[in-house]
Ligand binder design. Sequence first.
Ligand code: ADP
Ligand code: MG
Length: 263
Amino acid sequence: MSGISRPPLILQVTGLRKSFTHNRPVCRDISLDVAAGEIVVILGESGSGKSTLLRCLGGQLEPDAGDVKIQDECGILQAIWALEEEERIRLLRSHAGFIQQRPQDGLRMNVTAGANIVESLALLGVRDFATMRRVARDAIEGVEIEAARVDDLPGSFSGGMQQRLQIARSLVKRPKLLLMDEPTGGLDVSVQAKVLDLLRKLVRSLKVAVLLVTHDLGVARMLADRIIVLKSGAIVEDGIADQILDDPHHPYTQLLVSSVLRA
Ligand code: ADP
Ligand code: MG
């Protein structure tokens, strides 16, 4: 992308490595970045290290080597693993959202939909009840759920609605960066397209930078500005989505793209 000026980076990862005890490396020297407002999809088969990588970026798992930098409120890229734990949590909580594949892992199932949404605001210091109530109703309508459902428990929602609720919960704090692990992986195919469409609309209108991991080329095709292909924990291709889909260079990407075309 030389010659084209890119917006400032929101996420910059350099030389990230991770292995688990007695195991082969799961993330091998991964470097990537995501610019403001950009949707980057990491495509890789099951076991290629996608979830491990995201957990290292989201603060849940410390990498063995490398840097994970996230833009702070002053516009400075902060190496999150070099910060004190409290600072790291604060930075991630205020600037990053995390959407899990299983909504049960990203929602609190024993409190209402509205409470799930406003919880992240309370953590950021919003205390006024009337404001929270209004924000919860707006946010739930923003993900195309009736505002009247705000007092219902997430368990009474369908899978697609639970995932939309998780999206509302993450976006209400207006993060600069959204990290998503196979957000439609657990949904029926008929529901997947609707959730992806909504997600695309929301992140575009809010100008959130997105890093999404998936094994599903269809998801990459639908959402990605850039596609990064991960194979056995290493990046084999990284480029503009249209170029990668139309003219993949690495044999592995060629296989991925052609196998879907034939399917
Ligand atoms: P993906 O999300 O692409 O399916 P993962 O990151 O979940 O891949 O897993 C990559 C590899 O790391 C797998 O071989 C998996 O068994 C291993 N792995 C993941 N988490 C752990 C863990 N906590 N302890 C040991 N091995 C793990
Ligand atoms: Mg995974």
